[in-house]
Design a protein around this ligand. Structure first.
Ligand SMILES: Nc1ncnc2c1ncn2[C@@H]1O[C@H](COP(=O)(O)OP(=O)(O)O)[C@@H](O)[C@H]1O
Ligand SMILES: C[C@@](O)(CCOP(=O)(O)O)CC(=O)O
Ligand SMILES: [Mg+2]
Length: 397
């Protein structure tokens, strides 16, 4: 029986360098974004588990004995150390009425939800009757890690209601975080959720969603950056839809086809991430304009590399051209193929230049806004302490 009304939130992310290469074991540098996904948890009707995902148009409800019976049929090998198997996912698709191979956002979101519910309850005990509502400030499928923020929120909420991790929010507190050990468990289950959505994720996005801040990620090893200067970044959403799963698969195909040509590109991206880390860690907290040219060159070189990997898009070329016409440097972020780009704003950029660049980007039909980086990772909230905007969105959903 779950008796409290609480919310869990997790941030999206921006990859500064290393997207795609990180899937193949290279270094990535990523930072948490000040845009979050929120999951509201409420006591549910007797013996029912309900989920509302307004961002992808899902409202479903299952009876918990039915879920338990399904779990009994396929539970034998559910474990956070094992990836979801084809048989498990096929059984869940059949149960939820999702066609084989369906990759629409609502199908993947429902499948990830069911997988995590069954896998977590198989290991830690039944998920009680709860109503779950997930709402996000992040655009879906735009390169800002909405899938990972969703998976991190689900992992934290489900582990908490099953009793696998604590409910750290004390009476009278508005927010609380979990211990390192609990965060590690949340992160490993969120990775499994990402696998359902992405196929072959590196794990960088769920790591940022879990720990927040700024980190270096390589082959599962997470290292918080020693020092990150305050960077001003303009975020632009080209609004061209794309799927991370498809783009990651395309890069793999290209590497298999031309290994001698593509592997040096991955090595060069790895070197950019490593050099960028050194530069960032050596910069003062509030860097002056002379620190920026090297960061701008890294952006330019990496953007070319990502085009070579085949994850560019005419909309991203346009974004880079428009910002270059204002002497600003940009690269895609996340999986590419559309979605978002980031633009560095050195401290000596005049407000007029920023405004003019924004206007030109908006005139292309893009959304753009300045962002803060280094937000906190997964957090538990008392619902009444959420901002009026989030409360309003949850109430409307
Ligand atoms: N708020 C949300 N509610 C439900 N599902 C979500 C939500 N945000 C993301 N997703 C899932 O994540 C998928 C998008 O992930 P992806 O293609 O990796 O893009 P990105 O992570 O860059 O936003 C969606 O198709 C959907 O299945
Ligand atoms: C392309 C990749 O490096 C990042 C994908 O990020 P997003 O899903 O586009 O936000 C894939 C990964 O690291 O799993
Ligand atoms: Mg994603």
């Amino acid at each position: 029986m779950w008796a409290r009304e609480l919310a869990v939130s997790a941030p999206g992310k921006v990859i500064l360098h290393g997207e795609h290469a990180v899937v193949l074991g290279k270094v990535a540098l990523a930072v948490a974004l000040d845009l979050r996904t929120f999951l509201r948890l409420r006591p549910g009707a007797e013996s029912r588990l309900s989920v509302s995902l307004p961002g992808v148009g899902v409202r479903r409800s299952w009876d918990t004995p039915g879920l338990r019976a399904l779990r009994g049929r396929i539970a034998a090998d559910f474990d956070e150390s094992k990836p979801p198997s084809v048989e498990q996912l096929d059984a869940l698709r059949e149960f939820a009425g999702i066609a084989a191979g369906a990759s629409a956002p609502e199908s993947l979101a429902t499948l990830a939800f069911l997988y995590m519910c069954l896998a977590i309850s198989a290991k830690y005990g039944d998920v009680p009757s709860v109503d779950i509502l997930v709402w996000s400030e992040l655009p879906t499928g735009a390169g800002l890690g909405s899938s990972a923020a969703y998976a991190v929120c689900l992992a934290a909420a489900l582990l908490m209601v099953c009793g696998a991790i604590s409910c750290p929010l004390q009476e009278g507190e508005s927010t609380a975080r979990w211990t390192e050990e609990e965060l590690t468990l949340i992160n490993s289950w969120a990775f499994r959720g990402e696998q359902v959505i992405h196929g072959n994720p590196s794990g960088v996005d769920n790591a940022v969603g879990t720990w927040g801040g700024a980190l270096r990620y390589q082959a599962g090893k997470i290292t918080p950056l020693k020092r990150v200067p305050t960077l001003r970044i303009l975020l632009t959403n080209t609004k061209v839809p794309r799927s991370t799963k498809v783009l990651v698969a395309g890069v793999k195909e290209k590497i298999l086809k031309f290994p001698a040509i593509m592997n040096p590109v991955l090595d060069s991206i790895d070197a950019i991430s490593q050099e960028c880390q050194s530069v960032l860690e050596a910069m003062p907290a509030n860097p002056s304009p002379e620190h920026y040219p090297v960061l701008e060159e890294f952006f330019d070189i990496n953007q070319h590399h990502l085009n070579v990997l085949g994850v560019g898009h005419p909309s991203l070329d346009r974004l880079c051209q428009v910002t270059a016409s204002h002497s600003l440097h940009s690269k895609l972020t996340g999986a590419g193929g559309g979605g978002c780009g980031i633009t560095l704003l050195p401290p000596d950029t005049s407000p007029l230049a920023v405004e003019a660049a924004k206007q030109d980007l908006c005139a292309c039909g893009f959304d753009c806004w300045e962002t803060k980086i280094g937000a906190p990772g997964v957090t538990l909230h008392c619902c009444s302490s959420l901002s009026a905007q989030v409360l309003h969105a949850l109430a409307q959903s």
